[in-house]
Design a protein around this ligand. Structure first.
Ligand code: GUN
Length: 277
Protein backbone atom coordinates (compact mmCIF):
# COMPACT_ATOMS: atom_id res chain seq x y z
CA UNK A 1 0.00 0.00 0.00
CA UNK A 2 1.29 3.41 -0.97
CA UNK A 3 0.13 6.59 0.71
CA UNK A 4 -0.88 9.41 -1.65
CA UNK A 5 0.81 12.40 -0.08
CA UNK A 6 -1.35 15.38 -0.95
CA UNK A 7 0.75 17.83 0.98
CA UNK A 8 3.94 16.89 -0.88
CA UNK A 9 2.30 16.95 -4.32
CA UNK A 10 0.50 20.16 -3.48
CA UNK A 11 3.75 21.93 -2.48
CA UNK A 12 5.41 20.75 -5.68
CA UNK A 13 2.59 21.97 -7.93
CA UNK A 14 2.32 25.28 -6.05
CA UNK A 15 6.01 25.92 -6.72
CA UNK A 16 5.46 25.27 -10.41
CA UNK A 17 2.46 27.61 -10.39
CA UNK A 18 4.47 30.27 -8.58
CA UNK A 19 7.10 30.22 -11.34
CA UNK A 20 4.43 30.61 -14.00
CA UNK A 21 2.77 33.46 -12.09
CA UNK A 22 6.11 35.28 -11.74
CA UNK A 23 6.44 35.28 -15.53
CA UNK A 24 3.14 37.10 -15.97
CA UNK A 25 3.65 40.84 -15.85
CA UNK A 26 0.15 41.84 -14.72
CA UNK A 27 -1.20 41.54 -11.16
CA UNK A 28 -3.46 38.52 -10.74
CA UNK A 29 -6.25 39.00 -8.21
CA UNK A 30 -8.55 36.47 -6.54
CA UNK A 31 -11.57 37.73 -4.59
CA UNK A 32 -12.99 35.60 -1.80
CA UNK A 33 -16.36 36.36 -0.21
CA UNK A 34 -17.22 34.90 3.17
CA UNK A 35 -20.64 35.45 4.69
CA UNK A 36 -20.96 34.91 8.44
CA UNK A 37 -18.41 33.34 10.76
CA UNK A 38 -18.67 29.57 10.35
CA UNK A 39 -15.39 28.36 11.92
CA UNK A 40 -14.62 25.75 9.23
CA UNK A 41 -15.27 28.26 6.43
CA UNK A 42 -12.99 30.77 8.14
CA UNK A 43 -10.18 28.21 8.17
CA UNK A 44 -10.72 27.38 4.48
CA UNK A 45 -10.75 31.05 3.52
CA UNK A 46 -7.58 31.69 5.50
CA UNK A 47 -5.90 28.74 3.76
CA UNK A 48 -6.87 30.23 0.41
CA UNK A 49 -5.45 33.65 1.33
CA UNK A 50 -2.20 32.07 2.56
CA UNK A 51 -1.84 30.03 -0.62
CA UNK A 52 -2.35 33.16 -2.72
CA UNK A 53 0.39 34.92 -0.85
CA UNK A 54 2.68 31.92 -1.24
CA UNK A 55 2.41 31.94 -5.05
CA UNK A 56 2.15 35.68 -5.73
CA UNK A 57 -1.57 36.09 -6.29
CA UNK A 58 -3.23 39.17 -4.83
CA UNK A 59 -6.12 38.10 -2.63
CA UNK A 60 -9.07 40.33 -1.86
CA UNK A 61 -11.06 39.16 1.15
CA UNK A 62 -14.61 40.31 1.90
CA UNK A 63 -16.28 39.19 5.11
CA UNK A 64 -19.98 39.98 5.27
CA UNK A 65 -22.02 39.62 8.48
CA UNK A 66 -24.23 36.52 8.77
CA UNK A 67 -27.37 38.60 8.17
CA UNK A 68 -26.10 40.26 4.98
CA UNK A 69 -28.72 40.62 2.24
CA UNK A 70 -28.57 39.14 -1.24
CA UNK A 71 -28.44 42.67 -2.61
CA UNK A 72 -25.37 43.68 -0.58
CA UNK A 73 -23.47 40.61 -1.72
CA UNK A 74 -24.66 40.99 -5.30
CA UNK A 75 -23.43 44.59 -5.38
CA UNK A 76 -19.97 43.49 -4.31
CA UNK A 77 -19.87 40.65 -6.86
CA UNK A 78 -20.95 42.97 -9.67
CA UNK A 79 -18.21 45.41 -8.71
CA UNK A 80 -15.65 42.56 -8.74
CA UNK A 81 -16.94 41.37 -12.12
CA UNK A 82 -15.89 44.79 -13.48
CA UNK A 83 -12.53 44.92 -11.69
CA UNK A 84 -9.81 44.26 -14.29
CA UNK A 85 -7.26 43.10 -11.71
CA UNK A 86 -9.58 40.42 -10.38
CA UNK A 87 -9.57 37.24 -12.47
CA UNK A 88 -11.27 34.93 -10.00
CA UNK A 89 -14.23 35.38 -7.67
CA UNK A 90 -15.47 32.82 -5.20
CA UNK A 91 -18.17 32.77 -2.58
CA UNK A 92 -17.34 30.40 0.25
CA UNK A 93 -20.08 27.83 0.84
CA UNK A 94 -22.22 27.04 2.73
CA UNK A 95 -24.08 30.36 2.91
CA UNK A 96 -26.41 31.29 5.80
CA UNK A 97 -29.85 29.74 5.34
CA UNK A 98 -31.68 32.94 4.33
CA UNK A 99 -29.53 33.24 1.19
CA UNK A 100 -30.18 31.25 -1.98
CA UNK A 101 -26.80 29.79 -2.98
CA UNK A 102 -27.65 29.33 -6.64
CA UNK A 103 -28.90 32.89 -6.96
CA UNK A 104 -25.80 34.35 -5.29
CA UNK A 105 -23.40 32.23 -7.35
CA UNK A 106 -25.18 33.25 -10.54
CA UNK A 107 -24.02 36.86 -10.05
CA UNK A 108 -20.42 35.76 -10.62
CA UNK A 109 -19.23 36.27 -14.19
CA UNK A 110 -18.72 32.73 -15.59
CA UNK A 111 -15.24 33.72 -16.84
CA UNK A 112 -14.24 34.53 -13.26
CA UNK A 113 -15.88 31.43 -11.80
CA UNK A 114 -12.70 29.79 -10.48
CA UNK A 115 -14.78 27.37 -8.39
CA UNK A 116 -16.31 25.97 -11.57
CA UNK A 117 -19.82 26.09 -10.04
CA UNK A 118 -21.56 28.02 -12.84
CA UNK A 119 -23.86 26.37 -15.38
CA UNK A 120 -21.49 27.69 -18.08
CA UNK A 121 -18.37 25.97 -16.69
CA UNK A 122 -20.26 22.81 -15.71
CA UNK A 123 -21.81 22.69 -19.17
CA UNK A 124 -18.38 22.93 -20.77
CA UNK A 125 -17.13 20.16 -18.49
CA UNK A 126 -20.00 17.93 -19.60
CA UNK A 127 -19.16 18.67 -23.23
CA UNK A 128 -15.49 17.85 -22.64
CA UNK A 129 -14.39 21.40 -23.52
CA UNK A 130 -11.66 23.47 -21.86
CA UNK A 131 -13.10 24.90 -18.66
CA UNK A 132 -12.55 25.89 -15.06
CA UNK A 133 -13.13 22.64 -13.18
CA UNK A 134 -14.40 22.50 -9.60
CA UNK A 135 -11.34 22.48 -7.35
CA UNK A 136 -11.65 19.25 -5.37
CA UNK A 137 -12.28 17.02 -8.43
CA UNK A 138 -9.41 18.72 -10.25
CA UNK A 139 -7.19 18.15 -7.21
CA UNK A 140 -8.08 14.45 -7.27
CA UNK A 141 -7.00 14.16 -10.92
CA UNK A 142 -3.75 15.97 -10.10
CA UNK A 143 -3.08 13.34 -7.42
CA UNK A 144 -3.85 10.39 -9.70
CA UNK A 145 -1.57 11.89 -12.36
CA UNK A 146 1.21 12.64 -9.88
CA UNK A 147 1.32 8.94 -8.96
CA UNK A 148 0.99 7.81 -12.61
CA UNK A 149 -2.21 5.94 -11.79
CA UNK A 150 -3.84 4.68 -15.00
CA UNK A 151 -7.44 5.72 -15.47
CA UNK A 152 -8.20 4.56 -19.00
CA UNK A 153 -10.32 1.42 -19.07
CA UNK A 154 -10.51 1.20 -15.29
CA UNK A 155 -13.69 0.71 -13.32
CA UNK A 156 -14.21 3.89 -11.29
CA UNK A 157 -16.87 4.12 -8.61
CA UNK A 158 -17.78 7.49 -7.13
CA UNK A 159 -19.78 7.47 -3.90
CA UNK A 160 -21.59 10.81 -3.60
CA UNK A 161 -23.40 12.91 -6.20
CA UNK A 162 -22.89 16.49 -5.05
CA UNK A 163 -22.51 19.28 -7.58
CA UNK A 164 -19.15 20.20 -6.03
CA UNK A 165 -17.48 16.77 -5.99
CA UNK A 166 -19.48 13.67 -6.96
CA UNK A 167 -20.90 14.82 -10.28
CA UNK A 168 -17.81 16.64 -11.62
CA UNK A 169 -15.33 13.91 -10.62
CA UNK A 170 -17.61 11.36 -12.33
CA UNK A 171 -17.49 13.44 -15.52
CA UNK A 172 -13.72 13.93 -15.32
CA UNK A 173 -13.06 10.21 -14.84
CA UNK A 174 -15.39 9.43 -17.74
CA UNK A 175 -13.50 11.91 -19.88
CA UNK A 176 -10.28 10.14 -18.94
CA UNK A 177 -11.81 6.91 -20.26
CA UNK A 178 -12.77 5.19 -17.03
CA UNK A 179 -16.00 3.19 -16.81
CA UNK A 180 -17.79 5.21 -14.17
CA UNK A 181 -20.56 4.38 -11.73
CA UNK A 182 -21.92 7.14 -9.48
CA UNK A 183 -23.49 5.87 -6.24
CA UNK A 184 -25.42 7.81 -3.63
CA UNK A 185 -27.57 7.50 -0.51
CA UNK A 186 -30.33 5.66 -2.41
CA UNK A 187 -28.04 3.15 -4.14
CA UNK A 188 -29.02 -0.46 -3.45
CA UNK A 189 -26.34 -3.03 -2.62
CA UNK A 190 -23.67 -0.34 -2.39
CA UNK A 191 -20.88 -2.64 -1.29
CA UNK A 192 -21.47 -4.93 -4.31
CA UNK A 193 -20.64 -1.92 -6.48
CA UNK A 194 -17.78 -0.45 -4.45
CA UNK A 195 -16.15 -3.90 -4.46
CA UNK A 196 -15.83 -3.68 -8.24
CA UNK A 197 -13.92 -0.40 -8.17
CA UNK A 198 -10.35 -0.16 -9.39
CA UNK A 199 -10.60 3.50 -8.42
CA UNK A 200 -12.95 4.36 -5.56
CA UNK A 201 -13.72 8.01 -4.81
CA UNK A 202 -15.74 8.68 -1.67
CA UNK A 203 -17.38 12.05 -0.97
CA UNK A 204 -20.41 11.57 1.27
CA UNK A 205 -19.53 13.27 4.55
CA UNK A 206 -20.04 10.16 6.69
CA UNK A 207 -17.24 9.30 9.04
CA UNK A 208 -15.41 6.01 8.28
CA UNK A 209 -18.36 4.78 6.22
CA UNK A 210 -16.41 2.69 3.70
CA UNK A 211 -14.88 -0.32 5.41
CA UNK A 212 -12.36 -2.94 4.32
CA UNK A 213 -14.90 -5.51 3.14
CA UNK A 214 -16.39 -2.95 0.71
CA UNK A 215 -13.13 -2.53 -1.19
CA UNK A 216 -11.49 -4.65 -3.90
CA UNK A 217 -7.92 -5.78 -3.15
CA UNK A 218 -5.48 -3.51 -5.01
CA UNK A 219 -7.95 -0.62 -5.39
CA UNK A 220 -6.95 3.03 -5.47
CA UNK A 221 -9.00 4.80 -2.79
CA UNK A 222 -9.54 8.56 -2.76
CA UNK A 223 -11.14 9.85 0.43
CA UNK A 224 -12.70 13.31 0.12
CA UNK A 225 -14.37 13.32 3.55
CA UNK A 226 -13.32 15.51 6.45
CA UNK A 227 -15.31 14.62 9.57
CA UNK A 228 -14.61 15.62 13.15
CA UNK A 229 -14.88 12.47 15.28
CA UNK A 230 -16.27 12.38 18.81
CA UNK A 231 -12.68 12.13 20.01
CA UNK A 232 -11.95 15.49 18.33
CA UNK A 233 -9.76 13.94 15.62
CA UNK A 234 -10.33 14.28 11.88
CA UNK A 235 -11.59 11.23 10.00
CA UNK A 236 -12.33 10.61 6.37
CA UNK A 237 -15.34 8.89 4.83
CA UNK A 238 -13.12 5.82 4.57
CA UNK A 239 -12.18 3.64 7.53
CA UNK A 240 -8.44 3.94 6.96
CA UNK A 241 -7.54 1.17 9.39
CA UNK A 242 -9.43 -1.60 7.59
CA UNK A 243 -9.25 -0.20 4.04
CA UNK A 244 -5.58 0.84 3.75
CA UNK A 245 -4.15 -2.72 4.00
CA UNK A 246 -6.22 -3.74 0.95
CA UNK A 247 -5.29 -0.80 -1.29
CA UNK A 248 -2.59 -0.18 -3.85
CA UNK A 249 -2.91 3.56 -3.12
CA UNK A 250 -4.91 5.54 -0.58
CA UNK A 251 -5.22 9.19 0.44
CA UNK A 252 -4.92 9.91 4.17
CA UNK A 253 -7.17 12.36 6.03
CA UNK A 254 -5.87 14.93 6.71
CA UNK A 255 -3.08 15.46 4.17
CA UNK A 256 -4.63 13.76 1.12
CA UNK A 257 -7.17 15.51 -1.05
CA UNK A 258 -7.52 18.58 1.22
CA UNK A 259 -4.34 20.44 0.32
CA UNK A 260 -4.97 19.82 -3.40
CA UNK A 261 -8.24 21.73 -3.40
CA UNK A 262 -6.55 25.06 -2.74
CA UNK A 263 -3.80 24.23 -5.23
CA UNK A 264 -6.45 23.63 -7.90
CA UNK A 265 -7.99 26.99 -7.01
CA UNK A 266 -4.63 28.69 -7.64
CA UNK A 267 -4.32 26.80 -10.91
CA UNK A 268 -7.81 27.94 -11.96
CA UNK A 269 -7.05 31.56 -11.07
CA UNK A 270 -3.90 31.48 -13.18
CA UNK A 271 -5.85 29.89 -16.03
CA UNK A 272 -8.54 32.59 -15.80
CA UNK A 273 -5.82 35.28 -15.85
CA UNK A 274 -4.15 33.75 -18.92
CA UNK A 275 -7.50 33.51 -20.68
CA UNK A 276 -8.14 37.17 -19.76
CA UNK A 277 -11.35 38.94 -18.88
N1 GUN B 1 -17.18 24.90 0.60
C1 GUN B 1 -16.72 23.62 0.62
N2 GUN B 1 -15.99 23.39 -0.49
C2 GUN B 1 -15.99 24.52 -1.21
C3 GUN B 1 -15.39 24.89 -2.44
O1 GUN B 1 -14.72 24.13 -3.13
N3 GUN B 1 -15.62 26.18 -2.83
C4 GUN B 1 -16.37 27.04 -2.12
N4 GUN B 1 -16.54 28.27 -2.60
N5 GUN B 1 -16.94 26.73 -0.97
C5 GUN B 1 -16.75 25.47 -0.52
Amino acid sequence: MQLIEGKVISDKIRNQLKEKIQKISKPIGLAVILVGDDPASKVYVRNKANACQQVGIQSYMYNFPADASEEEIATKIKELNENKDVYGILVQLPLPKHLNERKILDYISPKKDVDGFSPYQIGRLLLGEECLVSCTPQGILMLLDAYNIDITGKRAVVVGRSNIVGKPISLLLLQRNATVTTCHSRTENLSEITKQADILVVAIGKERFITGEMVKPGAVVIDVGINRGQDGKLYGDVDFETVAPKCSFITPVPGGVGPMTVTALISNTLKAAIDGN
